[in-house]
Design a protein around this ligand. Structure first.
Ligand SMILES: [Zn+2]
Length: 94
């Protein structure tokens, strides 16, 4: 059984949205390194939200720039739907 517990008062995280889009960015440039699909969870007690359950593989990955038009379309749609998040995680490519 897989459970995510919040540290507030043991509130259990429940999945409130599947298939959110997470853009993993280069730290210093804010450009996309990888584009992920994941799920959004919320604590039923304190309402804090977390993103987990990332797909095994990214939807797209730099420098596959031929996919950039498709990536931008995915991001634009996700923003429109209110399910776009950014993750400034990856070290610089320089
Ligand atoms: Zn909580």
């Amino acid at each position: 059984m897989r459970v995510i517990l919040c540290v507030c008062k043991g509130g259990r995280m429940e999945k409130i949205r599947s298939g959110v889009i997470v853009a993993e960015l280069f730290q210093d440039e804010k450009k996309i390194y990888k584009l992920w699909s994941a799920d959004l969870f919320e604590c039923r007690q304190c309402r804090v939200k977390v993103i987990s359950d990332f797909a095994d593989r990214p939807m797209a990955q730099w420098p596959q720039t031929e996919e950039m038009a498709q990536i931008l379309n995915i991001i634009a749609e996700a923003k429109r739907m209110g399910k776009y998040y950014e993750w400034p995680e990856h070290p610089s490519r320089r």
